[in-house]
Design a binder for this molecule. Sequence first.
Ligand code: DGL
Length: 277
Amino acid sequence: MTILVFDSGVGGLSILREVRVILPGRRIVYVGDDAGFPYGDWPEAPLVERIVGLFERCLDTFDPSLAIVACNTASTLIMPALRTRFEIPFVGTVPPIKPAAERTASGMISVLATPGTVQRPYVARLIEEHADTCDVTLIGSTRLARLAEQHMRGLPVDHERLAEEIRPCFLERGERRTDIVILGCTHYPFLVHEMRKLAPWPVDWLEPAEAIARRSLSLIGHVDERNFSDPELSPDIAIMTRGKTDAPLRRLLSGFGLQAREPIDALAIFRDRQAVV
Ligand code: DGL
């Protein structure tokens, strides 16, 4: 049984690591659309077309039993299109606004995400439905996903820039202050240790990875262990659409148990950032 995990880059690895814990034994195919990265500033219609086109080819080639869209920027936009078009179950990743609203003591929550995610009507609906008694601040960062990509490849983080990016999350109103920051982009958990050090006061940093893995388990958990793949015969692989995996990227992927592979021919068209099909 194969699970396809998809993101615009390597941020989806924060979801993959929980999937490994909660759904051991399943073969993983990780697809990172690094040629399209960052998704945060894409207009919506071409982004939908691009992602649907990518999925069409990936599902044809790898025939997964389940696909996880490990990207908030994509999931807050694309899930209806994917579910209409394809038959397999999909799990999307969206900012955990409901759990944050249930957990906050001060009632002040910040959602740190890409500019695309914070503008989505889907997120506005989540807030309306689950957090209407809370004070929710949305912060769209243009730089954080890129900072995370660099950091994950072993480059030092620019602390001043990082502090600047997270500062708007911290608000004080009279006696109350923000007590939860939602990491609404799958790249951000890889910066959370630094964020914690730079935060003006301690907060709870919430990310949805475990919930995504549990949701995936609920959809395919009934599968018999005898159907587990043999890692010798079908290793876990990663395909990045740019088709250029340098040594730091290969090292990162192999740290997550993924062998970097050349993109399949069907994905060649997506090497072009503008390509939509
Ligand atoms: N990892 C992605 C997310 O969860 C987005 C990064 C980007 O492509 O801008 O939103």
